[in-house]
Design a protein around this ligand. Structure first.
Ligand code: GLN
Length: 506
């Protein structure tokens, strides 16, 4: 019998069209897998999901199957199940953003993205775990307990979207949604051996995505293969009048670009290695796999050059002023009155104070305090104003680099996944996981991560990052698909097929 949880999303779509499997069978296979490896009390306890909607997913699947049987035309990914990061609001399905302050909140509306997934007729398996309000790189800041990396259950799955990435690596879903403010799609993809893309800023509507830092946030697709991720990217994209920052331009042809890269290689493509994003501070096995990937790209016909982006060294510092500033303002709405938790006291001020004290975790409080300080009258120019200037310098570095290269590349994360608990008491060590991903968000350009193999020293996944100029999202899929083809030739399939088997509930 075929284990459908191992198939790619596009293989599932093809098999449904050919009549070899139904959507109900696919959804049931994934629900069974979730029951076997995910929940508390299961031996593996991956804990990728905060909420599973078996009934809703099966109902959507049954409708798709009925329409297919009736000969109705269906969208490409109709009937393919998907996991959604808990930062995206879903009508009638709990949405917490990983925070206790939103425990029990039922959104009264759907995000534009949720509406698009429903229009595509994709059964939503449930909501995935994440660092609270997307602040973190390990999912350990979730108010509901951490997610475990399917490659090694004692290690972090990355963050903030560790739940989405782990659900893919554990074969609990073929596709997932993530959000990326500083790396939360790409870094979890890197450390779980999966694929994840951050589209051009404005490429995917943020209406109904709980805001962290509005000038940096972007929703994006996650999958196990480049083509699956490209297909989902196209489903998510497009102009939305409900989001003032939404781009009014056609959705990039990501899937066609991926197919082109796979079939025709990369002749004439100039690939720029960013000097500042590598070397010292990067694990030996990460650098080794990165260099080997460059060889594969050369073999596929690309020209590899070195570029320098001198202002990138200030990116992390600028980000940790801009992000907390915007977050402190965005999170002011969690006031005990409008949403979720309420710790009742004798005055409204005390109620708000007590609710926020109990509802928010340490990392969220740390950033609210930092942001409020950075924005205060006497310090505004010194901190927030300077950070915005650095942002401009970083944008100029990108513009100059893209004069000599069509795409830029780097390792996605400096190390393979670390042990749970290892960096929890050291916020700066945690922040360093995003050195290579953060410049991208500050410039609003698209970027993705795909697996480059496992590090020889620990056998854990390494990610390869591809960055393209704004609006050129399709270009990164072309390069990624050519690299994936070469690497899959070595692995005999997606990297996740080499992950150790998880212990399951019998
Ligand atoms: N890890 C980064 C942070 O903690 C990025 C988060 C994100 O992309 N949402 O801010």
């Amino acid at each position: 019998m075929t284990d459908w949880t191992r198939a790619s999303a596009l293989e599932m779509a093809e098999a449904m069209a050919a009549g070899t499997v139904t959507s109900v069978e696919l959804v049931q296979a994934h629900l069974d897998r979730i029951a076997a490896v995910d929940g508390e009390g299961t031996p593996s306890n991956v804990h990728a999901f905060l909420h599973v909607d078996a009934e809703g997913a099966l109902a959507t699947a049954a409708e798709v199957d009925a329409d297919r049987a009736a000969g109705k035309e269906l969208p490409l990914l109709a009937g393919v199940p998907i996991a959604v990061k808990d930062i995206v609001v879903t009508k009638g399905m709990p949405t917490t953003a990983g925070s206790r302050i939103l425990e029990g909140w039922m959104p009264p509306y759907d995000a534009t993205l949720t509406t698009k997934l429903k229009a595509q007729r994709m059964p939503i398996l449930g909501k995935t775990n994440m660092d609270e309000f997307a602040m973190g790189s390990s999912t350990e800041h979730s108010g509901y307990g951490p997610t475990h990396n399917p490659w090694d259950l004692d290690r972090i799955p990355g963050g903030s979207g560790g739940g989405s990435a782990a659900s893919l690596a554990a074969f609990e879903a073929p596709l997932a949604i993530g959000s990326d403010t500083g790396g939360s799609i790409r870094q979890p993809a890197a450390v779980t051996g999966t694929v994840g893309a951050k589209p051009t800023y404005g490429g995917v509507s943020r209406y109904g995505a709980i805001a962290l830092a509005s000038s940096l946030d972007q929703l994006g697709p996650c999958g196990r293969t480049v083509a699956d991720t490209a297909a989902l990217h196209e489903v998510m994209g497009g102009h939305d009048p409900m989001d003032a920052t939404s781009l009014d331009e056609p959705v990039p042809a990501c899937l066609a670009a991926a197919r082109d890269g796979r079939e025709n290689g990369l002749k004439g493509v100039r690939i720029g290695v960013v000097k500042e994003l590598g070397g010292e501070g990067y694990q030996a096995g990460v650098s080794q796999r990165f260099e080997e990937s460059l060889e594969h790209l050369r073999a596929a016909g690309a020209e590899v050059v070195e570029v320098s982006c001198p202002s990138f060294k200030y990116a992390l510092a600028a980000y940790y002023l801009i992000l907390p500033s915007e977050a402190s303002s965005n999170l002011a709405k969690f006031d005990s009155v409008r949403f979720g938790m309420r710790v009742e006291k004798d005055t409204i001020e005390k109620t708000m104070l007590a609710t926020r004290a109990e509802g928010f975790g340490d990392e969220v409080k740390r950033r609210i305090i930092l942001g409020t300080y950075a924005l205060s009258a006497g310090y505004y120019d010194a901190y927030y104003g300077s950070a915005q200037k650095v942002r401009t310098l970083i944008q100029r570095d990108f513009a100059a680099a893209f004069e000599t290269a069509d795409v830029l590349v780097s390792p996605t994360a400096p190390t393979t996944p670390f042990k749970l608990g290892e960096r929890l008491d050291d916020p700066l060590a945690m922040y360093l996981n995003d050195v290579a991903t953060i410049p991208v968000n500050l410039a609003g350009v698209p970027a993705m991560s795909l697996p480059a193999g496992t590090a020889p020293e620990d056998g854990l996944p390494v990610g390869f990052q591809i960055i393209a100029p704004a609006h050129e999202d399709a270009r990164m899929y072309r390069v990624a698909a050519a690299l994936e083809k070469a690497l899959e030739g070595e692995w005999g399939g997606p990297l996740t097929s080499l992950a150790p088997e998880l212990e399951v509930v019998k």
